[in-house]
Design a binder for this molecule. Structure first.
Ligand SMILES: Nc1ncnc2c1ncn2[C@@H]1O[C@H](COP(=O)(O)OP(=O)(O)OP(=O)(O)O)[C@@H](O)[C@H]1O
Length: 296
């Protein structure tokens, strides 16, 4: 095959090749915080691949670096944090690959919501209190995909229904919704523009147990119904046992173990993983045993 000349753009890979590429490849990521006592290495050389169509869990106790990694890959890291090294290759299904750490702000804005969505920790409290839910949807959709304006009124009820919410929720204000409803509204918003990847940081924290189950089910639906790839960050190993395909365990800024979730629960390789698994409260069947029994 002739090589493209310097003036000719390189041919894009065929669509099926793009589908087979991972969504995200993190290599040698280092993120530090400057403190008066010296630099803290919050993320200390992480390599991690997110495969297309999977739900990847990121586990680890508070302080292990999970959120720092999430905000870094979305380029939302604020001082005194800074990226000390590494690269994050993002491969959207309908565009060229980019290094999220180097891409310019304009391109990054174009990727947010459309290709890469983020549900930050505590995002339920980030909704605008004086705006109806439907208007908050419209804002996101119009700002990031103006040309779809005509479709919006049809899209919002469909998205709300897909997350098990009544379309009437669009007319409500955030204070009229429970925590679980708000979380589902945000999840519906996160997939409005059909992104390749959704990163959800502690999506079930601060919700009671029954609502947690509903949220986990809805997160699973995002992947099963919409084909979204998900990264779910949670300190709660029970969440990983019930939801994810693969889990990466972080400890002191490093990924100490990554693998198929059942394998990791069955035969944890790292002592830290073992201690995380042992710390799950057991009432009757343990969550990962439930998952296995559901398959049988
Ligand atoms: N603004 C900051 N200044 C200094 N150190 C920070 C700052 N933010 C986080 N850190 C440190 O970085 C490390 C990783 O924190 P990070 O919040 O990423 O962990 P986490 O696993 O997401 O925990 P949590 O779930 O509690 O947020 C911790 O040692 C934390 O103390």
């Amino acid at each position: 095959m002739p090589r493209p000349s310097a003036t000719e753009p390189a041919p894009s890979p065929p669509a099926d090749a793009a589908q087979q590429r991972p969504v995200l490849e993190i290599k040698g990521l280092k993120v530090h915080y400057r403190t008066t006592g010296g630099d803290v290495a919050a993320v200390d050389g992480v390599d991690l691949t997110v495969r297309r169509g999977e739900i990847l869990g990121i586990a680890g106790e508070s302080g292990s670096g999970k959120s720092t990694m999430a905000v870094s890959l979305l380029r939302l890291l604020r001082p005194p944090g800074y990226v000390a090294g590494g690269e994050i290759a993002f491969h959207p299904s309908d565009g060229p690959s980019v290094d999220l750490l180097k891409v310019d702000e304009r391109r990054l804005r174009a990727l947010r919501w459309r290709a890469l969505s983020y549900l930050p920790q505590g995002s339920m409290n980030s909704m605008n209190p004086v705006m109806r839910v439907g208007d908050q949807f419209r804002d996101v959709i119009v700002e990031h995909a103006g040309q779809r304006r005509g479709e919006i009124d049809e899209m919002i009820p469909r998205l709300l229904r897909s997350m098990g919410l009544d379309p009437g929720v669009a007319r409500m204000y955030p204070h009229e919704l429970s925590g679980g409803m708000k979380q589902r509204v945000l999840m519906a918003m996160s997939i409005a523009l059909e992104p390749d990847l959704v990163v959800a940081d502690e999506p079930t924290t601060a919700l009671d147990v029954t609502i947690q189950r509903v949220i986990l089910q809805s997160l699973g639906d995002l992947r099963d119904q919409f084909g979204v790839t998900l990264v779910v960050i949670s300190h709660d190993m029970g969440v990983h046992a019930q939801l994810v395909d693969r889990v990466a365990v972080m400890y002191e800024g490093r990924v100490v173990e990554v693998g198929d979730v059942r394998q990791v629960f069955k035969e944890p390789q790292h002592p830290y993983t073992r201690s995380l698994i042992e710390s799950i409260p057991r009432i009757g069947d343990a969550p990962w045993q439930q998952k296995e029994s559901e398959v049988r």
